[in-house]
Design a protein around this ligand. Structure first.
Ligand code: GLU
Length: 306
């Protein structure tokens, strides 16, 4: 890896570490409250496969909504543009678990990264896969080169016991006819999908295919076409950070996706993918220090998509 990238990451990490660790853990999923709030990790993987990380970059954490990018990837791989008959591609301007716009848009979620959209993606996968839970896991195992990757029962069970808003979302969408399977099955898969754990190193490696036109860097396998890759990156840029996607584009200037476990993955097309993890979230549900660290990286590298 270029020494300039290493220096920039080191400086960004050290600066972020010295700042006040503001924000709150996502305690609405009880299991997520059991992490050390002072953890901070960052890892970058460039398209030539070299990589560099700091801090807690090799500790596993719950990737939560970041998995929504991977489930969307599998859905567009399976049924292509048909996905967009069921989900829109617009920023929601509302919280990630909001029910508000589903009434206005008659059960069509605004985008695949808010909870409602990801729940419809799970419904699509249940319809088009023989066994969606297994096929999705195998897809992510292959993409990440982690053959023993699994769902976390602790995290999934914790959310299954408390995820009332997601239950409401799924049933509400079903009332408009945009959920085809039984809500109980769709939700079971959705909670499992969100429970996957990875390290910053694994996450940055996994997402390099989106910086590489849809091609996996470790074995050259085509995951999706360039055009599908472009669309997923566009959605990450416009909808990847809940109601703070504009702010992330404004300050960081890269496509990315956050999760309430405090992880963020972002990518600079043709160059690298980078993952950060700091569990305390800002009021919009994004990692407080993660956003800050990535802002430092793109500011000092003077490289963003803009
Ligand atoms: N499993 C979480 C939920 O449904 C995902 C939220 C997120 O990371 O944005 O609330």
């Amino acid at each position: 890896m270029k020494t300039t990238y290493k220096n920039i990451i080191e400086n960004a990490y050290n600066l972020t570490k010295s700042l006040e660790n503001s924000g709150k853990l996502a305690t609405y999923i009880p299991e997520l409250a059991n992490v050390n709030p002072s953890n901070l990790g960052v890892h970058m993987t460039t398209l030539d496969g070299t990589h560099f990380g700091m801090g807690n970059h090799q500790d596993k954490f719950s990737i939560q909504s970041i998995a929504k990018v991977l489930s969307l990837t599998l859905a567009v791989k399976l049924i292509g543009d048909k996905v967009w008959q069921r989900i829109d591609v617009e920023p929601s301007g509302t919280k990630f678990d909001s029910l508000l716009l589903l009434e206005t848009y008659k059960g069509i979620p605004r985008n695949p990264f808010v909870n409602s959209g990801a729940i419809v993606i799970c419904d699509i996968l249940l319809t088009y896969c023989k066994n969606a839970k297994i096929e999705f896991l195998e897809f992510v195992r292959d993409l990440s080169d982690i053959p023993d990757l699994n769902y976390s029962d602790e995290i999934a069970d914790s959310e299954k016991a408390t995820g009332y808003r997601n239950v409401a979302l799924c049933n509400f969408i079903k009332s408009f006819g945009n959920i085809k399977n039984e809500p109980v099955d769709v939700l079971d898969f959705y909670f499992d999908m969100c429970s996957i754990e990875m390290t910053c190193q694994q996450l940055s490696q996994t997402f390099t295919f989106l910086a590489n036109g849809g091609i996996k860097i470790s074995d050259g396998k085509k995951i999706i076409s360039k055009s599908k890759c472009k669309r997923i990156n566009a959605l990450m840029l416009t909808c990847g950070f809940y109601d703070e996607s504009g702010e992330f584009a404004f300050k960081v200037g890269l496509p990315g996706k956050s999760g309430v476990g405090g992880g963020i993955v972002a990518l600079y097309p043709h160059n690298y993918a980078i993952a950060v993890w700091s569990p305390k979230l800002n009021p919009n549900g994004n990692s407080f220090r993660g956003m800050r660290l990535l802002e430092e990286v793109t500011t000092h590298s003077e490289l963003s998509i803009f």
